[in-house]
Design a protein around this ligand. Structure first.
Ligand code: MF3
Ligand code: CO
Length: 286
C-alpha cells in the first residue's frame, strides 16, 4: 500500500514531538492531515469571533420562526444581521448559490433555497443552516425549528434523535482519534432509533475556507478504515442528516440545489463548528 505523505516537516526544521507523533501514524499507513489543517491560536480565535456572529444570526432566526412567514423572510434577516455585524453570509454566491442561508423544510434534507412562495405552516420542521465569513474566517452551524406550538410525535422524535446524533458524534471525538469514530457513534444511534443516515453529504474542515479536508462522514463504513487522524488544532463541522425513512436522496432538477428524500419522508439535521484541543472538542458556534 502506498502511504499518502500528507505531513511534511519543512526543510531545515527539526521535527517537534508533535511532528513525530503524527509522522508515527503516517509511517504506519494511517491517513493524517496536511499541516495547513492544524490551526494556530490566532486563527482559532478568528473563527471563534465569526462563530459568535453565526450564533447571533441563528438566535435572531429563532425569534421570527412561526406559521405564516416565508423562508424568504428568514433569508432577508440572515443577510441583514450578518452585514450589520461586519460579516458576509458564506452561502451567498457560493458555487452559484443564490441566497444567504439554506432553509430545508420537512422532506428537504439540505440546501433548500429560501423563497417568497414557501410559507411555513404549523407543525413543519425546518433546518436553518447559517455560515458566516468574518475577517476571512468561516463558521458554519445549523439548527432545527418546529414551526408553531408543536408537530406530530414522529417528527418531534426525529428532530430530537438527530440532535442526539450530533452530540454523540461530538462526544466520540478524542485527540489522536479518527474521523470514523464520529460516524460510528452517529450511525449506531440513528439505526438504534429506526432511522437512516444520509451518505452523500459530510461534515468538513472549515475556518480558513468554507469546505476543507477532512471529510467528516456521518455514515460508518466498517470496511473503509478509520478515516483521517484528528489532532489538536483541527477545526471542522459535524452535521448529520438523519432520515425517517430511506437514506436515499435526490437533487431537485429545477434548481439543482434542493436535496430531497426519495420517499419524501422527513429529514432532520443539526450542525456545529468545533475545534479539537488537547482536552477534547470545543464548540465554536454556541
Ligand atoms: N452550510 C452548508 C454546510 O453545512 C453548505 C451550504 S452551501 C450552499 O456545509 F451553497 F448551499 F449554501
Ligand atoms: Co457545513
Amino acid at each position: 500500500m502506498k502511504i499518502k505523505r500528507n505531513w511534511v516537516v519543512p526543510k531545515g526544521q527539526t521535527p517537534t514531538d508533535f511532528d513525530k507523533k503524527i509522522l508515527g501514524f503516517q509511517d504506519k499507513g494511517f491517513l493524517v492531515p496536511k499541516r495547513r489543517l492544524v490551526l494556530n491560536d490566532e486563527q482559532i480565535d478568528g473563527i471563534r469571533k465569526s462563530g459568535v456572529i453565526n450564533t447571533g444570526v441563528l438566535d435572531e432566526v429563532a425569534k421570527i420562526i412561526r406559521p405564516g412567514i416565508s423562508t424568504e423572510e428568514i433569508d432577508k434577516l440572515v443577510y441583514q444581521y450578518t452585514v450589520d455585524h461586519g460579516a458576509i453570509p458564506a452561502d451567498l454566491n457560493y458555487e452559484g448559490y443564490p441566497k444567504s442561508v439554506c432553509t430545508s423544510v420537512n422532506e428537504v434534507v439540505c440546501h433548500g433555497i429560501p423563497s417568497e412562495d414557501e410559507v411555513l405552516e404549523e407543525g413543519d420542521i425546518i433546518n436553518v443552516d447559517v455560515s458566516t465569513i468574518l475577517n476571512g474566517y468561516f463558521s458554519d452551524a445549523s439548527r432545527m425549528f418546529i414551526v408553531g406550538e408543536k408537530t406530530d410525535p414522529q417528527r418531534e422524535r426525529l428532530v430530537k434523535v438527530a440532535k442526539e446524533c450530533l452530540e454523540l458524534g461530538a462526544a466520540a471525538v478524542k485527540p489522536w482519534g479518527f474521523t470514523q469514530d464520529i460516524a460510528k457513534a452517529i450511525t449506531k444511534h440513528a439505526h438504534d432509533n429506526g432511522y437512516t443516515v444520509v451518505r452523500e453529504f459530510a461534515g468538513h474542515g472549515v475556518g480558513l475556507a468554507f469546505h476543507e479536508d477532512p471529510d467528516i462522514d456521518h455514515y460508518y463504513n466498517p470496511k473503509g478504515g478509520p478515516g483521517m487522524l484528528l489532532v489538536p488544532g483541527m477545526v471542522f463541522t459535524i452535521e448529520p442528516m438523519i432520515n425517517m425513512g430511506t437514506r436515499k436522496v435526490f437533487i431537485d432538477e429545477d434548481d439543482d440545489w434542493t436535496v430531497v428524500t426519495e420517499d419524501e419522508l422527513p429529514s432532520a439535521q443539526w450542525e456545529h463548528t468545533y475545534v479539537l484541543t488537547e482536552n477534547g472538542l470545543e464548540i465554536l458556534t454556541y
